[in-house]
Design a protein around this ligand. Structure first.
Ligand code: PMV
Length: 360
């Protein structure tokens, strides 16, 4: 598929007003997307676990205007209040989406959104937020074109979500999503994410993700800025090649449930992401002392226990602990005994792999 396939030619129906609600989850990348080309095209392919509980719920009301407006017309409430920086992000998103959703200026939208995770927990809400909004807009497009195929609906929702925030395209479905053209993954595309198409060993079913909230403050640097710094990064090409290779390696690992090799890829990806940040110009560090304390504790625990707990990191200081469901009790004890002390106000979030967004 190409961009052109997402530009509608005509709409068969009309819709004057309505309301739709979607709940869309966050996701955690195993192979990381870091670096992009124009129009939110990833510099390398990535793969993620869709989360089950950390989600954004968005209700979008829409009402057709008498005449098409010259600009986007929308009201925005985030957890019951207006939020200026969010307005700006949504305007940017709508601008990028307009060629594919030509009805956008013909409606007034009322967007109400809230997150299941605590406000300012340092958890990126852009993936869940942008995917929820993209799905609401697709629902309106489906009203205008009721014959739309379900597969096209999902692809276009992912395509649009990507225009808001790259990683958001991986939040439409579950349980494992891949985004970005990769020679060893059939049907993979830079334009949208696909459900991982190969066999996955049952050990990954209900895989756990406990998010340790190390630093709840806002990020010092936005991910857009970070992506842009990869443009002229000394190690960019090697990094992009490595991501392709890691995805190829994951195929056997997923199929056989080889957790030892899984751990090596996931932890190396997390540290490489942060190594790219530390070696860009300007350079920056998003990990905090407690991030490193936790990583060392995990390594020590893994060496003495028979568990397969490993960590990954987003563009922030929080640590995601990934482990199989059958090791849950032992890992909870470890978290409570040894890791909670490094979390801000002792806070952490228990999540697990999930099945993607749902219409409410
Ligand atoms: O979707 P963005 O532009 O916020 O970038 C997300 C980048 C990482 O979370 C660091 C990695 C990823 O693949 O999700």
């Amino acid at each position: 598929m190409t961009y052109k396939d997402f530009i509608p030619s005509t709409y068969t129906h009309d819709k004057t007003e309505g309301k739709v609600t979607y709940k869309s989850p966050s996701n955690i990348a195993l192979v990381k997307y870091w670096g992009k080309k124009d129009y939110q095209i990833p510099a390398n392919p990535s793969i993620s676990f869709t989360l089950g509980h950390s989600a954004t719920t968005t209700t979008m009301g829409y009402k057709k205007l008498k005449n098409k407006a010259s600009d986007f017309s929308f009201d925005l409430l985030f957890e019951g209040r207006s939020k200026e920086d969010f307005r700006y992000k949504i305007s940017t998103f709508l601008k990028r989406a307009e060629p594919y959703l030509p009805f956008l200026k013909a409606y007034h939208f009322t967007i109400e959104t809230s997150n299941s995770f605590p406000h300012s927990s340092g958890i990126a809400s852009s993936a869940s937020g942008m995917s929820a909004l993209a799905l609401c807009l697709m629902e309106l497009e489906r009203e205008l074109n009721p014959n739309m195929e379900p597969d096209f609906f999902k692809k276009k929702a992912s395509f649009l979500a990507r225009l808001g925030s790259g990683s958001a395209c991986r939040s439409i479905e579950g349980d494992i999503m891949q985004w970005g053209a990769h020679k060893d993954t059939q049907m993979s595309s830079d334009l949208y994410a696909i459900r991982y198409p190969y066999m996955v060993h049952p050990i990954f079913k209900n895989y756990q993700d406990t998010i340790l909230l190390v630093d709840k403050g806002s990020k010092q640097i936005s991910s857009s800025l970070g992506h842009n710094l990869m443009l002229h990064h000394t190690f960019a090409q090697q990094r992009f090649d490595q991501a392709h290779k890691n995805l190829t390696k994951l195929k056997r690992i997923f199929e056989e449930g080889d957790l030892l090799e899984f751990i090596k890829i996931v932890e190396s990806e997390a540290l490489t992401l942060h190594a790219m940040m530390m070696t860009s110009m300007p350079y920056f560090i998003l990990m905090k002392p407690n991030t490193l304390e936790i990583i060392n504790k995990i390594w020590a625990f893994r060496a003495t226990s028979k568990t397969h707990v490993c960590f990954t990191l987003d563009a922030g200081a929080n640590v995601h602990l990934l482990y199989p469901e059958n090791e849950k009790q032992e890992i909870y004890q470890f978290i409570n005994n040894e890791l909670v002390a490094y979390c801000e106000n002792g806070q952490y979030i228990c999540d697990q792999i999930g099945n993607g967004a749902e219409k409410l």
